[in-house]
Write a protein that binds this ligand. Structure first.
Ligand SMILES: CC(C)(COP(=O)(O)OP(=O)(O)OC[C@H]1O[C@@H](n2cnc3c(N)ncnc32)[C@H](O)[C@@H]1OP(=O)(O)O)[C@@H](O)C(=O)NCCC(=O)NCCS
Length: 211
């Protein structure tokens, strides 16, 4: 199988690391002008296209968007699906994913991360290195658990939620659409949409408004 990875930043390297032993061939596609003239990335062929148009890469079977920004990753993933391009679920060989969990298309689970029983993750989520999504969690499309973030059982998130490095949420907590949980925060109460919640215990530090 030939996997197309969209992106050429740090997260793209992590996704390559997770995918490289599962796919016979990997190619990259990026719109980063700094990559112009480059022919390889992580030792794989790279195409540079200002529109990130997958037509620039011939003959791939599956694609995954490896862009850290939640909104951009979700937009690109949805655009691929609208074009009928199948999205890969990428699991690092050292990720632990329950057979009773459900992972949406384009979701990646990186090294030493865990997704426990009956967790359901939407489209284009990231469970980053060492992060934990406990049993019965329900993660909205485009949610990102950064390295070592840990969310307890039955935590629910809206769309595009970002848990920063080392943050955590108590079981059953809800975090609304496009909110950010700051690095190291401990979320002990529900968080509304489009805010930054940070600190221990987490408090609302900022309202992002409409994005
Ligand atoms: C949340 C974050 C992105 C900053 O977001 P932001 O919208 O730019 O927020 P600001 O820097 O304007 O901070 C707003 C307020 O929240 C506070 N704050 C921000 N992050 C905080 C944190 N992690 N813990 C405690 N307070 C924090 C700031 O000190 C500031 O307080 P003030 O208004 O009293 O000065 C950043 O602080 C953070 O936690 N980054 C995590 C990065 C990460 O995990 N990356 C993983 C990549 S895989």
């Amino acid at each position: 199988m030939h996997l197309l990875i969209l992106g050429s930043g740090g997260h793209a390297k992590s996704v390559w690391e997770a995918a490289k032993d599962q796919f016979e061939q990997i190619s990259f596609l990026t719109n980063d002008p700094a990559m112009t003239g480059e022919v390889s990335f992580c030792g794989c062929p790279v195409a540079v296209d200002p529109q990130t148009d997958p037509a620039a890469v011939p003959d791939f079977d599956l694609a995954v968007v490896a862009v850290g920004d939640n909104r951009r990753r979700l937009e690109l993933s949805r655009a691929l699906r609208r074009r009928g391009i199948p999205l890969a679920v990428v699991l690092h060989p050292r990720a632990s994913v329950s057979g009773a969990a459900e992972l949406g298309p384009g979701t990646v689970v990186l090294a030493n991360a865990s997704v426990n029983a009956f967790a359901r993750l939407g489209t284009a989520c990231i469970v980053n290195t060492g992060a934990v999504a406990e049993h019965d969690c329900l993660l909205g499309d485009g949610t990102h658990l950064a390295p070592n973030a840990a969310i307890g059982g039955a935590v629910r998130t809206g769309e595009g939620v970002w848990f920063g490095i080392g943050s955590c949420a108590a079981p059953g907590i809800f975090v609304g659409d496009w909110s950010v949980v700051g690095a190291g925060a401990a979320v002990l109460a529900d968080v509304p949409e489009r805010v930054l919640a940070a600190g221990v215990p987490a408090k609302i530090k900022k309202h992002y408004g409409e994005i």
